[in-house]
Design a protein around this ligand. Sequence first.
Ligand code: NAD
Length: 400
Amino acid sequence: MSSLNKKFPRLLPTPIKKGMKASDLIDSSFKAYNGGRLAEAGRLLSEKMLASDGTVGMSLTGALTPAGLGRAAIIPLLKAGFVDWIISTGANLYHDLHFGLGMHLFSGSPFLDDVILRKEGVIRIYDVLFDYDVLLDTDAFVRQAIQGNEFQRTMGTDEFHYLLGKYVYQRERQLGIRETSVLSAAYQYGVPVFTSSPGDSSIGMNVAAMSLRDSKLQFDTNRDVNQTAAIVYAAKSAKKTSSVFILGGGSPKNFMLQTEPQIQEVMGIEERGHDYFLQCTDARPDTGGLSGATPAEAVSWGKIDPDNLPDCVVCYADSTITLPLLTAYALDRVKPRKLKRLYDKRDAMLETIRAQYLRHGSVAKITHRTDVSAPKRGRSGRSVTGAARKKAGVSSKAKK
Ligand SMILES: NC(=O)c1ccc[n+]([C@@H]2O[C@H](COP(=O)([O-])OP(=O)(O)OC[C@H]3O[C@@H](n4cnc5c(N)ncnc54)[C@H](O)[C@@H]3O)[C@@H](O)[C@H]2O)c1
């Protein structure tokens, strides 16, 4: 007999039973291919990313909120303290507003006549349908909200979404509805929400139009780049893990991953990369695009800590399937965590990384870099081994 039984678990699923919990179903029946990857993703999320108070960033692309995944999955993750910060496309935040404003979206069909839909004033996102008025009313809400004094300046997109979230929260209360909007939940739970392309959505379009009137609202993308790096640095300098939970790909995926090269390559601060990488996507790696780039490729850029590469997971499946399952899995397996409320610490985190940058960075070429083949070093300069690795929430199993 070969040594397979010493290296790998036997593939022997348990028969599916009536009333099984999603987490048990995934562990006992999802054994191979992308089912196997989804089971690994569930375990990575619950046993490593959420362990030891690690910081978890989530990136959102694809039409997730129009499919109802904000209310179904993202809000429960925020509420349980399982997602500490977010980078989203503007589209997901715009379509999230419909739910917070009590508007109606419908489960339709992908096989309808779009010319008739157009005549009837119906908008279609694959099989999701809603009235054109939903767009017009949401646009008006954004324009009216940003007329307020607090919006009349330049700000990071996290601050913009926090302020907008406050208005959505107030509207939810007026309507007597709750837990409908990601932006409202993020406001309540102090979860910073960034967008990597502020102009590329209906929110950005309304902000732009208002600048043709008298609005002074501008987005500070420099602050967003430094602020996101500051969140990762705050986790790593406290000897906690930093994990990325990527849905889809696109520009939010890069915006989340580039925090590490921003710290190392640009700011000259010693770092090794994010600890854990979980991506659910349909994007393929062989085209060279970032959406499909694997965690192994990200290691070469300093985006991912090479020590933890064996633990990284890519599941090639639709987020409308993977996200509800992973949410159910994590809620079954992990107790709710204390909310980090990173939004409340944004100025302090930015000040810390600024001081480190001014100490280590230069205008001229950065000539030093972390030796990833050397034993891991704590911020004190001592090697991080054994108990210290454990305390730092870093898996020793990953040390291969
Ligand atoms: N009205 C609006 O505001 C509006 C509407 C749509 C798009 N947009 C903008 O267009 C840009 C791109 O949007 P996008 O994220 O929808 O497009 P995208 O198609 O570029 O998707 C990004 C990545 O995610 C993957 N992906 C998409 N859906 C997936 C799913 N269900 N499961 C797994 N992987 C999936 C794609 O393969 C791709 O790699 C964004 O900046 C967005 O704000 C704006």
